[in-house]
Design a protein around this ligand. Structure first.
Ligand SMILES: C=CC1=C(C)c2cc3[nH]c(cc4nc(cc5[nH]c(cc1n2)c(C)c5CCC(=O)O)C(CCC(=O)O)=C4C)c(C)c3C=C
Ligand SMILES: [Fe+2]
Ligand SMILES: [Fe+2]
Length: 337
């Protein structure tokens, strides 16, 4: 019997330092996130980052937390609940970090008699720190606990026409009546090193002005290419001229060189360039989360206004948008038939 496991990132149990600390420890000690040898990773994460960050992150989480829980988790659950009636196979939801583990998700499917699993990372663009870590973790658990199961991995859907249409339609819907000067596509950043590591050709990704536009087998696993491609296809559907939009990367951690340009720096410069009414969309995330609700909708908005910006619109993620849930349902039905 077939079944689906949707997997998102996960959140702490509550917006308190006590719960944020173990969550960040699990997240940042993942070798696909901080990809350095174990001892150095433990020193960086436990010796440096986790000294202050749990307090700061808990404060940020507290600002966006809902009565039902973490927005990311609640919105992912709403999506799963909307998709389930659209398909004839069981659909479970798990998180890569935190208490809603991949193991529990597979167990739930196993108890329903599922042996063939569609493993569905909820990330439009492929990255080692998001997609790959889910696939590796799920495979580890499968081998140990559910060796009779088989997996079909859902590839990054950054350029799938129905996803692009859902995203473009959602952006358009949220822009109705908003006479914006500029639309910013802000994607979660990653260290440049991650792009080179996942370059299957080991020679293509130069992280320059041309590599991501030059056809290559590397692009199936190039986060940067996939962010540019999602943007390119969405702006084509929206009919936006070149000077009306741009692409940046947000949420960097100190230390490494991350993908540029940086969202916060570019937003600060916009009002001086005449951009007074800004809309920001965050297509690396399927569900709204800390990085969209706090970093963009609160902090980036404040910074934009402090630098002379007048109006700021944070466009919600696809979340449990009806058309998007139908698209996911269609992909599942195509696979399950
Ligand atoms: C697009 C998917 C994501 C990639 C790629 C990614 C890479 C990445 N993230 C960090 C560090 C942090 N990210 C944090 C939050 C966070 N990250 C994603 C998604 C991707 N991360 C999401 C959806 C969220 C929000 C989770 C939520 O509960 O709402 C955080 C925690 C918050 C904070 O303290 O700022 C950290 C830390 C790294 C280092 C990385 C790639 C190397
Ligand atoms: Fe992140
Ligand atoms: Fe590239």
């Amino acid at each position: 019997m077939k079944g689906v496991l949707l997997v998102n990132l996960g959140s702490p149990e509550s917006p308190t330092p006590k719960d944020v600390k173990p969550y960040l420890d699990e997240f940042l000690m993942d070798k696909y996130v901080i990809d350095v040898p174990f001892l150095l990773r433990a020193f960086l994460v436990r010796g440096i980052i986790l000294r202050k960050r749990p307090e700061e992150s808990a404060h940020a989480y507290a600002k966006i937390w809902w009565e039902e829980g973490s927005p990311l988790v609640v919105l992912s659950e709403r999506m799963q609940k909307k998709v389930q009636p659209l398909v004839n196979v069981p659909v479970a939801l798990a998180m890569r970090y935190g208490s809603m583990t991949i193991e529990k998700g597979l167990q739930e499917l196993h108890e329903k008699g599922v042996t063939e699993v569609m493993l569905f990372p909820l990330y439009p663009q492929y990255a080692m720190a998001s997609t790959l870590t889910i696939l590796v973790k799920a495979e580890e658990i499968r081998k140990k606990k559910f060796p009779h199961m088989t997996f079909t991995d859902v590839p990054a859907f950054y350029n799938k026409p129905d996803y692009i249409k859902n995203l473009a339609d959602s952006i358009q819907k949220h822009l109705v009546g908003y006479d914006y000067d500029h639309l910013l596509f802000s994607y979660h950043g990653i260290p440049e090193r991650h792009i080179r590591k996942t370059d299957v050709t080991k020679s293509h990704c130069k992280i320059d002005g041309s590599c991501c536009n030059t056809p290559s087998a590397a692009h199936d696993f190039c986060y940067r290419h996939q962010c540019y491609e999602t943007t390119k296809q969405v702006v084509k559907l929206l009919g936006l001229p070149e000077d009306k939009y741009s692409l940046t990367f947000q949420s960097r951690l100190a230390g490494d060189k991350w993908l540029e340009p940086y969202t916060d720096i570019e937003i600060d410069k916009m009002p001086a360039k005449g951009i007074k009414k800004l809309a920001v969309v965050t297509p690396a995330f399927v569900s709204d989360c800390l990085e969209t609700l706090e970093e963009i909708a609160m902090r980036a908005k404040e910074d934009f206004e402090a630098n002379g910006g007048e109006e700021f619109l944070a466009i919600p993620c696809l979340n449990d948008d009806d058309e998007w849930c139908q698209t996911v349902g269609n992909w599942i039905n195509d696979w399950a038939k």
